[in-house]
Design a protein around this ligand. Structure first.
Ligand code: AMP
Length: 395
């Protein structure tokens, strides 16, 4: 696996795929700069080596050239974070871009315009990738958030750098964290899978049963498993057509010696609303007209004990409807347990969509070992897929 340390960037132009797809408000100000900050170590390392950085990214999903999706809006933010002046060129390929690169000196940063202003980017067009490849001596992929896409700048462009391509620090760290959970993690290994539906997590569950000792299943997925075993789930979210699958998973887990932990009690509500009436009930005795929206107190205790036994922990998906304050307590308690286990020396990785928002919202970001920057890319990694952006560097 080639990383930045395998190259001397002195006098070299590094063409870096970053993920600067950041949220902007209606004044075009960056409202969350995590992704820009995450790319800083790679950029600074190359500049300190005596190289220059050509940054390429997408922003949003423009249809052709649309000013609201211009990367021009983020120049100041990138400058602030890197502490270096950032030059900008209003196209990512062609004469203008090539001229801007030719004028770039060591220690300088050039930001290219939104890759997706060209349809060829998402189409993975080879000619377009070749045009991009003219802009650098070494290709660096540091965009985990798009590593699951075989786009021109994330995958195809690597073909034009057979010996001069590597992972940036962020992407290398993401790969290392996933490996720690899926392959080399200290036992016991625990995965916590929450979220809304069994159907969206099924491939992950199947893949992960070979890697873990404990599996906590929470959130909306709970009720399919409980009903499948004969429990009463009232009006809780439930996928009847996945009940058979749920039973198969339970059986397979037993065969593989994986302990599955489901909630034992839940906070049930008489409406899907923060101000609904609530009661704590056994998970398999939810009355009609009521729906389970959060883990109950006994479940929190049970999960706490499991989490603290484990040395490697993966967390994907909330334990309840955490967007509503009254149903966030189970998710917060789990975050606290994982933070405590991490303090005691466990490795914890939080990844994939809503658990990342929950971790940030409730202030656990710096209390876990690693928070992944990729949603879809993380989910596909947990499903056991080799991401095209990663494969292209390994080739
Ligand atoms: P996912 O994207 O699959 O990780 O699902 C995240 C969503 O699951 C969040 O929006 C939660 O509100 C939702 N969720 C978690 N627990 C429940 C539940 N018991 N009932 C309905 N939705 C839930």
């Amino acid at each position: 696996m080639k990383t930045l340390n395998d190259f001397d960037f002195n006098n070299k132009k590094a063409l870096i795929r970053v993920d600067f797809n950041v949220p902007l408000n209606d004044k075009f100000e960056v409202t969350d700069d995590t992704r820009i900050r995450s790319a800083k170590p790679t950029i600074i390392k190359i500049l300190e080596d005596g190289g220059s950085c050509i940054l390429m990214s997408h922003l949003g999903r423009p249809k052709g050239v649309q000013d609201e999706f211009s990367l021009r809006h983020i120049i100041d933010k990138v400058e602030d974070i890197m502490g270096v002046e950032v030059k900008f060129v209003e196209d990512c390929v062609g004469e203008k871009a090539e001229a801007a690169v030719a004028n770039l000196k060591h220690g300088e940063i050039l930001l290219l315009e939104n890759l997706r202003f060209h349809d060829e980017e998402t189409a993975g067009d080879r000619k377009f990738a070749e045009s991009l490849s003219k802009l650098g001596d070494i290709y660096v992929n540091d965009a985990f958030g798009t590593a699951h896409r075989a786009h021109a700048s994330t995958t195809i462009v690597a073909e034009f750098f057979p010996n001069n391509k590597c992972f940036g620090n962020l992407l290398a760290q993401e790969i290392e964290s996933i490996k720690k959970v899926m392959q080399t993690g200290e036992k016991p290994v625990l995965a916590v899978l929450g979220g809304a539906k069994v159907s969206s997590k099924i491939t992950i569950i199947e893949n992960i049963l070979d890697k873990v000792d404990h599996l906590i299943i929470g959130g909306g997925m709970t009720y399919t498993f409980i009903k499948a075993q004969g429990g009463k789930v009232g009006d809780s979210i439930c996928e009847d057509d996945k009940m058979e699958l749920a039973l198969e998973i339970l059986k397979e887990a037993k065969n593989k010696n994986v302990k599955i932990h489901l909630p034992v009690d839940v906070v049930a509500a008489d409406d899907f609303a923060n101000d609904a009436n609530t009661q704590v009930v056994d998970v398999d005795k939810i009355p009609d007209g009521w729906q389970g929206l959060d883990a109950g107190p006994k479940s929190k205790e049970l999960f706490h004990d499991v989490v603290l036994q484990c040395k490697t922990i993966l967390w994907n998906g909330p334990l309840g409807v955490f967007e509503m304050e009254n149903f966030a307590k189970g998710t917060i308690a789990l975050g606290e347990s994982i933070a405590e286990a991490t303090k005691n020396g466990a490795f914890s990785l939080v990844g994939g969509g809503d658990s990342v928002s929950a971790v940030k919202q409730f202030g656990f970001e710096n209390k876990v070992s690693y928070v992944s920057t990729g949603g879809g890319a993380m989910l596909e990694s947990l499903e056991g897929k080799t991401l095209p952006g990663i494969a292209a560097i390994l080739d």
